[in-house]
Design a protein around this ligand. Structure first.
Ligand code: BTN
Length: 244
């Protein structure tokens, strides 16, 4: 991954550029990176704070031969790959929070946004947007973020060479992706469950309609989170999670 690379200093969002490039026929593995995003996008329509030269703001284009319901597996694959890359370079203890937030000591250090275009039985392309707070300091964030966000530099007590980290992450992502194409989801699922901080804990999943409280058990074969509730096992496909 990253053999085809587009680099911008400032852009509204690398997701937008990646969508354009994918529509124009960008090959699988193409990556868009920016130093700064002025309208960085988060999950659920939120903004993603992306100050210049402090983080890794990048979008990866994939063209997996899978169907729409399998796409969430790619989101989990992405969190496993980024997790491995960050651990390899920094040695920090990172945990995955379902579906794809990376946390250090309960604070968010990385978010992943997957967006796709396709039909039921065929995906045209998937854009995996990865945002990592690398050398961000508390001063870069508005007050409301300071208690819930952290950066690798804050946790490590020193700055990190972003290009080294980008290379490690793309390498890990490519490895996991090749493995996934060849052997399917089970290996990724296992890695995800090992890196997840929340399994076995009581959580509340806020979906669009309801809040579901129970014990986070494991993933199902589609990548949904299975929650054990008083009424039985409930699969959750899209939600925000609180832990107790
Ligand atoms: C989340 O809400 O946790 C997901 C955040 C994803 C942010 C990344 S930064 C690179 C890419 N471009 C965007 O506008 N968003 C993603």
């Amino acid at each position: 991954f990253g053999r085809h690379l587009r680099y911008e200093y400032s852009t509204p969002s690398t997701q937008i550029l990646a969508h354009q490039w994918a529509r124009e026929g960008a090959p699988e593995g193409a990556v868009v990176i920016a130093e700064e995003q002025v309208e960085g996008r988060g999950r659920m329509g939120r903004l993603w704070h992306s100050p210049p030269q402090t983080g890794i703001w990048m979008s990866l284009i994939l063209r997996p031969p899978i169907s729409l319901p399998e796409a969430s597996q790619l989101t989990l694959l992405a969190s496993v790959g980024v997790h491995r890359g960050i651990e390899r370079v920094t040695g920090l203890p990172v945990q995955i929070k379902w579906p794809n937030d990376l946390m250090i000591q309960g604070k968010k250090v990385c978010g992943i946004l997957t967006e796709l275009r396709g039909e039921q039985d065929r995906i045209h392309y998937i854009i995996v947007g990865i945002g990592i707070n690398v050398n961000t300091t508390g001063d870069h964030w508005p007050t409301e973020l300071r208690s819930i966000a952290t950066s690798l530099a804050i946790e490590l007590g020193g700055t990190i060479h972003r290009a080294t980290l980008i290379a490690a992450i793309l390498e890990e992502l490519e490895d996991f992706y090749q493995n996934y194409l060849q052997y399917g989801f089970p290996a990724i699922q296992k890695k995800w469950e090992q890196a997840a901080g929340m399994l076995g804990k009581t959580i509340t999943a806020h979906t669009h309609q309801v809040a579901i409280t129970g014990v986070a058990e494991c993933l199902n074969e589609h990548g949904a989170l299975l929650i054990r509730t008083e009424r039985g096992m409930v699969p959750v496909y899209s939600a925000d999670i609180d832990w107790h």
